[in-house]
Structures are given as structure tokens and as C-alpha cells.
Design a protein around this ligand. Structure first.
Ligand SMILES: C[S@@+](CC[C@H](N)C(=O)[O-])C[C@H]1O[C@@H](n2cnc3c(N)ncnc32)[C@H](O)[C@@H]1O
Length: 266
């Protein structure tokens, strides 16, 4: 078994923190447990050797990120956000948005359940021939979860909070798994994006989900990211964060609407 020395542990934690915002300083056991098999496969004799390898090899860096990110999620997670979308945001858009278009971003989308839940909700709300153009961009640092999101194949456990009528309408059962319909999948564009890097967008968003992603970031990284979200939202646009997360007052000029829901002023 390859031993992770204190210096190697600190170097790795610093590197991941500086480049991806993720704080693994209390995750030594997780690093050890998830990385041993990777090191064994690469035939390296120490973490230092592996560490020099990833710095020159984007593919291997990717393998490591796929291993070290925490990706648990499910459909209709933190349902009050979807209720708010249905009861507040969509009726207002229906009344005031003459262009009938909506741009939404699921930042830190993991395996896609958040983005797909919002799409199903909009399909239910607007109906089939509504003329509404809603675009959903879903991004994550891990290519592994993005592949799984594009495939759209889920275990029953992941669907347990969805209305049964939606499951019947938008999924097909195959063995123990549920296959999401193309009608929903084609509404979401999945891309790899590191939230620590400058955003590559030319147009602002109406709504951003960034839920249960910043919990792994330190306060300064969080504040910087929140300021970037503020910039890229339309006036009146909303930011949803995870229920256990908060935004510091001086991070950006967001209006607090209700727990974990923030709005940019007009
Ligand atoms: C727990 S999942 C959250 C999924 C979903 N938003 C939810 O609330 O259920 C956190 C995701 O954030 C992603 N992530 C972590 N750091 C990131 C970064 N710097 N850039 C982009 N995504 C990141 C992880 O890969 C992971 O898939």
C-alpha cells in the first residue's frame, strides 16, 4: 500500500484548492481511499510521483478530479426551489417576458438531475406548443458526471421525489434503471467548466442554480464566485444556492428573497 505523507497531503490539498476551489483539508481518508486504486493502476510508487504526473497530463488530472469530487444528487432535491420557480418566477415571466425566452444555468450540475427537473417543470408549466424558448446550460468540473448526465439513465432511488405522473411521462423503465426521454434530454446542454476560471458567456442568465457546490469552497472563493454570478445575471434574475449555504452580505448586492433564494435588483 502506498503511504500518503503529510507533505504530499498538504501539496495535493493546496493544488486542488488553488485550481478548483475545493477544500479537501479535512478529507485525508477520502483522498487515500479513492486514490490508492488509481495510483496502483498507473504503476507509480508514491503520491509525489503521481502528483508530478497530473501537473503535466490533463487527462490524468481529469481522472483525479473525477475521483475526488463529491457528486451525490437526485431529482427534485430541495423542492422549495422548484416550487418557487413554478409559483413566482414562471408566472412573472409569462406575464412580462415578451421574447418568451429564458436562460438558465445549472452550475455544478453533477449527473444532471437538477437541470432535468427544471426542464420537466417548465414543460409542465408552459405546455407543449407554448412558443417558449428555454435554454438550460449545465456545467461541472467532472467529465465523469457529465457523461452520465448526457446518458440520462438513473436508478429508482434518484426519482423517488418526482411526481409519479412525471416519471410515467418522461421516463422508460429498463430493468432496474429509468431512461430519461429524449424530449427532456435535448433541452439541456452539458459542458465542462471550472467555476474558478473566468466565465466564457456572452449573454446573461435569468436564473442560476449553484446548489451544494460552494459547500466545498472557502469563504473567499465563495465570495468571488457569488460576485461573478451577480455580474452574469440579468437585472431581476435569481440565484438559488443549497439550503445549508448562505451568502455574505458584502459578497454582492443580491436581495435576500427567502432562505437560499437571492435576486439581483433591477
Ligand atoms: C454535490 S454536487 C451538487 C449537484 C446539484 N447541484 C445538487 O445540488 O444536487 C457538487 C458538484 O460540484 C462540482 N464541482 C466542484 N467544484 C467545482 C468547480 N470548481 N467547478 C465546477 N464544478 C465543481 C462537483 O464535481 C459536483 O458534481
Amino acid at each position: 500500500m502506498i503511504h500518503l505523507t503529510d507533505t504530499e497531503f498538504h501539496n495535493l490539498v493546496d493544488y486542488i484548492h488553488q485550481n478548483f476551489g475545493i477544500d479537501l483539508s479535512k478529507k485525508r481518508l477520502l483522498i487515500e481511499a479513492r486514490m490508492y486504486s488509481v495510483l496502483a493502476k498507473k504503476n507509480v510508487s508514491s503520491f509525489s510521483e503521481y502528483f508530478s504526473l497530473i501537473q503535466n497530463d490533463p487527462v490524468e488530472l481529469n481522472v483525479m478530479l473525477n475521483k475526488l469530487t463529491t457528486n451525490h444528487t437526485y431529482f427534485m432535491r430541495e423542492a422549495s426551489h422548484f416550487q418557487f420557480l413554478k409559483d413566482v418566477i414562471l408566472p412573472k415571466e409569462q406575464e412580462c417576458n415578451r421574447q418568451k425566452n429564458l436562460r438558465i444555468w445549472s452550475a455544478g450540475c453533477s449527473t444532471g438531475e437538477e437541470a432535468y427537473t427544471a426542464i420537466m417543470l417548465m414543460k409542465e408549466f408552459f405546455g407543449a406548443a407554448s412558443g417558449w424558448d428555454y435554454r438550460m446550460l449545465a456545467t461541472d468540473i467532472s467529465t465523469h458526471v457529465l457523461e452520465s448526465a448526457r446518458a440520462g439513465v438513473y436508478p429508482a432511488e434518484s426519482l423517488k421525489d418526482l411526481p409519479p405522473a412525471w416519471v410515467a411521462r418522461y421516463f422508460r423503465k429498463s430493468g432496474k434503471m429509468y431512461l430519461l426521454s429524449d424530449e427532456v434530454k435535448r433541452e439541456v446542454i452539458f459542458r465542462r467548466l471550472n467555476l474558478m476560471e473566468p466565465f466564457p458567456f456572452h449573454h446573461p442568465f435569468d436564473l442560476i442554480f449553484c446548489r451544494n457546490v460552494m459547500i466545498y469552497f472557502d469563504q473567499e472563493t465563495k465570495n468571488r464566485l457569488i460576485a461573478k454570478f451577480y455580474e452574469i445575471l440579468k437585472p431581476g434574475g435569481y440565484l438559488f444556492i443549497g439550503h445549508s449555504e448562505t451568502i455574505q452580505r458584502d459578497a454582492a448586492a443580491f436581495h435576500y428573497i427567502q432562505p437560499s433564494v437571492y435576486q439581483k435588483g433591477y
